[in-house]
Design a protein around this ligand. Structure first.
Ligand code: ACM
Length: 558
């Protein structure tokens, strides 16, 4: 069976800057495909070979351009290169641009660097039949033997594309519910498929500690497990009586980081402090203000117990930062900093004495004092601090990145003060919220954030003046998991909202000049999204259909 992909409307998502009909002859891909790539693109070429072989059953070989030159072109080729002209164009702009051309038997993917080539290849995948996204070829030959996908004909096409923002991310809370490593790998693949490049892992919180720290082994031995979990909505004050937990080994995390790096995704680790630390206090009560024995948190919400501000606690935090930096090459280290009550410090003679010696006027300022100390350690390790927008209430390093979650206000303020900003406002980008305020939706913390609303979000609020816009690095969605007990459910919460976000952070803003396939308005987006959902189905994503949950996803049947 020959499948012809029509041009120039292949429903690419996120929408490229421009897509147009090309010149020359179509490309016919079948049983044997060559990938021509220089050694510097070996990682991208190997990745392409793996997914093409899996999804098509074709024989795919990777050859060096030196070997390919001079040989009569036999069969079709996918040619990868870093183009100096694209690299020049990208100078001073967000990297990741590419040009994909289908012409005269070849698919040529030129990038401004390896990431650009990789994004061009993600677009190429979307030109192929959906079945090729599967893990094995579904076209069976005689006797049921896999015969590989039949020939695919691609019409001549030119795609020119580049990302709008450098931070295109998704956050995942693995504390409230532990998520298996295989899901993290799948999520990285899905982020890359949508040309996103950051996975922000929220590794620690009151209800579970997931990060192994060799110098302080009880963090996971004790802190990774809770006796039971809240069930139903937390207002109901019911508990399930079932222990829950887990943690990643250092090798699990190294594997994740390496897997992500191959897909041009940075894993940004977060250790939340000085609040949201009950799991750590359960392991080491000496870090607390009362030294009272606590159990790992079982209810959702903000706890009054926070870290004390003693020197040995700061040393403990520095140990964590050190081991975190050894595991995660990310240029960014997230120190949390959100929702830190000051009631314990107000009652603590030691904290009050510290206020006096440091000349702090209010208990609130103690958090800034703490963050400044830990941030100095992060900076000394050559990394940049990221914090939730509460960190703006105290002194932070000039290069700290502020994550604006309580609306966009903190982000605007931070940009005006000269800080880089990642937009993560709850009203648009908290994907633990329900899609709709509807009893058919699965239980969620609150509602509602439909796909249209996510698509309406622009990371640069009008209050940010032109000369400060470069401070907005991009945006990310958040998935807090109090009400997300499984990875299956996590997929439901992310998809298809993440598709909408991906387009808003990759594609040109509304009103900008976009190609004939890339009108950035929801009316134009929705049909493309509907088409894209078939790709997600082939990738085994438990997405929410546009017209509402399936019976299996709905709360009505629970
Ligand atoms: C947050 O939602 N506490 C960052």
């Amino acid at each position: 069976m020959v499948r012809v992909v029509s041009a120039p409307s292949p429903a690419i998502l996120p929408a490229p800057v421009s897509v147009r009909r090309g010149a020359g002859r179509p490309v016919r891909l079948s049983g044997a495909v060559r990938i021509v790539a220089p050694r510097s693109l070996g990682s991208e070429a190997r990745w392409l070979r793996r997914i093409l072989e899996e999804g098509t059953g074709w024989r795919v070989e990777v050859v060096d351009p030196g070997d390919a030159d001079g040989r009569a072109p036999t069969g079709s080729a996918v040619v990868l290169e870093v183009a100096a002209a694209l690299r020049r164009q990208s100078r001073g702009r967000v990297a990741g641009g590419y040009r994909l051309e289908v012409r005269d038997g070849h698919v040529r993917v030129a990038g401004d660097g390896p990431a650009g080539v990789f994004y061009g290849l993600q677009t190429f995948r979307q030109l192929l039949p959906d079945a090729t996204l599967r893990r094995a070829s579904v076209t069976t030959g005689s006797g049921g033997r896999p015969a590989g996908a039949g020939p695919v004909v691609l019409e001549p096409l030119v795609v020119e594309d580049r990302p709008r923002f450098s931070w295109r991310g998704a956050h995942l809370d693995v504390s409230r519910h532990f998520m298996p490593k295989t899901f993290l790998l799948k999520l990285v693949d899905l982020l890359a498929f949508h040309k996103c490049n950051v996975l922000h892992l929220h590794l620690t919180d009151d209800q579970g500690w997931r990060l192994p720290v060799d110098r302080h082994p009880l963090l996971v031995e004790v802190g990774a497990w809770r006796r039971q979990s809240s069930t139903g909505h937390r207002r109901e004050r019911r508990f399930d009586g079932v222990p829950h937990g887990g943690y990643y080994t250092k090798d699990d995390l190294r594997e994740l980081v390496a897997f992500a790096a191959e897909r041009h995704v940075t894993v940004v680790p977060e250790v939340d402090m000085p609040g949201h630390v009950v799991a750590a206090l359960a392991a080491y009560p000496v870090l607390g203000n009362t030294h009272r024995r606590l159990e790992v948190g079982t209810r959702w919400g903000v706890y009054s117990q926070v870290l004390n501000l003693e020197e040995r606690t700061l040393e403990f935090c520095a140990d964590i930062v050190d081991e975190l930096c050894d595991l995660f090459p990310s240029p960014f280290v997230h120190l949390g900093g959100d929702e830190c009550p000051t009631t314990e410090w107000a009652r603590s003679p030691k904290a009050r004495a510290l206020m006096a010696t440091e000349g702090l006027a209010s208990v609130r300022q103690l958090q800034g004092w703490f963050t400044k100390r830990v941030a100095a350690h992060v900076t000394a390790r050559g990394r940049r601090v990221v914090g939730w927008d509460e960190i703006l209430e105290g002194p932070v390093p000039d290069d700290a990145v502020v994550m604006s979650w309580r609306g966009v206000k903190g982000g605007v303020e931070a940009a005006l003060a000269g800080h880089d900003v990642v937009m993560a406002p709850e009203e648009w980008l908290y994907f633990d919220w329900a899609y709709r305020d509807d009893p058919a939706e699965p239980l969620a913390i609150r509602g509602s954030t439909p796909v249209e609303k996510v698509y309406s979000f622009d990371p640069v609020p009008p209050e940010v003046p032109e000369d400060r816009r470069h401070h907005v690095l991009g945006a990310q969605c958040q998935l807090w998991t109090e009400y997300v007990p499984t990875s299956d459910r996590a997929e439901y919460q992310y998809f298809p909202r993440l598709c909408a976000l991906a387009e808003r952070i990759w594609s040109p803003s509304q009103g900008a000049s976009v190609g004939d396939d890339g009108v950035a308005a929801y009316e134009a987006f929705e049909p493309r999204l509907a088409r894209h959902l078939r790709r997600l189905a082939a990738l085994d994503v438990n997405y929410r259909p546009l017209d509402g949950p399936t019976p299996g996803q709905s709360r009505k049947w629970r």
